[in-house]
Design a protein around this ligand. Structure first.
Ligand code: AMP
Ligand code: MG
Length: 344
């Protein structure tokens, strides 16, 4: 596979925006903060009179991480996995309910019970501990993967023996939604949240123009292109984000095809979903990556009422755009050609 290796830290999207504009009359100015949460670097920029706001958003992210992390022993998800059933908080149960509906809607391309497989590949461990599991082991683990076996009655969740839940494919999108909601509640009109390359824009830039959100080149170290958006989440799943190369030089990444137990190799190397809700965009970025270009395009046509737009990057160097992005995306890399996905 022609695929240039990237340093693990390259997932941060580059962002271009108006720099620190202030409107002195209201005391409103750019408030920013960077911090680590959910295994990634997050960066907040909000135009507000309230100096304490970024720290409040950091607390939102850290609180959700403490409840949703699959690797933290004291999280709600870890407790459910350990004990087989658990009373969840309102937030966690609500997220699980939405996530299960998205698993169903994507025909299981998103499957929140794929965790035993992800772990067997070593993606929860350091790079040196990742390896291709034996096929018999994968077959056994796959028999435990089925989101339809998760039950949620009220806020009480239960799993069949051997099954484990992982909300990692949707947690950051949901967290961005919660942070954006906290900003709206505080009356903020302009903000940019970068959750490790998953971007949430609130309103426009302070000068009224669109935010420019960069999408990383999945095969190189530079940019694929730049999207102009306002009031939208821009969420990317890419094979380059977490991967390893086996002893035969073959590259394996962290997005699993729940139908096979192997990393999804269906023709896409990066999927960006633009939409109003981060949770939906995050779920779809993972699921459409699994589906591959044809099924992903078909899914988009069948879900026009979801109001999402896509940037699909194929392994042979085509950038497939939904029509709503054709005037909003500008290609930066000469290594790709653009095609617009037919809408009918
Ligand atoms: P994302 O970066 O949003 O695409 O989420 C990828 C993460 O979700 C991986 O690191 C796994 O922990 C988990 N995952 C991988 N494949 C799937 C899948 N098909 N459905 C649900 N979660 C997945
Ligand atoms: Mg996702």
């Amino acid at each position: 596979m022609h695929y240039r290796l990237l340093p693990a830290l390259c997932a941060l999207a580059l962002l271009f925006s108006a720099c620190g504009t202030a409107s002195p009359a209201s005391g409103e100015q750019e408030r920013s903060l960077g911090f680590f949460a959910m295994d990634t670097y997050m960066n907040i920029r909000a135009w507000s009179a309230d100096e304490a706001l970024p720290a409040e958003l950091e607390a939102v992210a850290l609180d959700l991480e403490a409840r949703l992390s699959v690797t933290r022993e004291d999280s709600e998800v870890a407790r459910l996995n350990r004990e087989g059933s658990a009373q969840l908080s309102e937030d966690t149960a609500g997220l699980l309910r939405r996530a299960l509906a998205l698993c169903a809607e994507t025909g299981g391309a998103l499957d929140v019970t794929v965790y035993p497989v992800v772990r067997a590949w070593g993606f929860t461990l350091g790079e040196e501990d990742r390896a291709v599991p034996p096929p018999e082991e994968l077959a056994e683990l796959l028999s435990r993967v089925d989101y339809r076996a998760v039950t949620l009655e009220g806020n009480r969740a239960a799993l069949p023996a051997g099954a484990e839940l992982d909300l990692g494919a949707v947690a950051k999108g949901y967290t961005g939604d919660r942070m954006a909601a906290a900003l709206r509640d505080a009356g903020v009109q302009h903000a940019l949240l970068d959750l490790g390359g998953n971007i949430h824009t609130l309103g426009t830039k302070p000068d009224g123009s669109d935010w420019h959100v960069a999408i990383q080149d999945p095969r190189g170290e530079g940019l694929l292109g730049v999207l102009s958006v306002s009031d939208r989440a821009v969420i990317t799943s890419g094979g380059y984000e977490r991967y390893f190369v086996d002893e035969n030089g073959e590259l394996w990444w962290h997005i699993m095809d729940p139908a096979t137990g192997y990393p999804a190799r269906n023709g896409l190397i990066s999927v960006t979903v633009v939409g109003g809700e981060g949770l939906v965009c995050d779920a779809l970025s993972t699921a459409l990556f699994v589906m591959g270009p044809e099924r992903a395009s078909e899914f988009w046509r069948a879900h026009r009422d979801w109001d999402v737009e896509l940037v699909l990057v194929t392994e042979n160097g085509t950038v497939l755009l939904t029509p709503g992005l054709s005037d909003r995306f500008s290609l930066s890399s000469g290594d790709y050609g653009i095609q617009v996905i037919p809408d009918g």
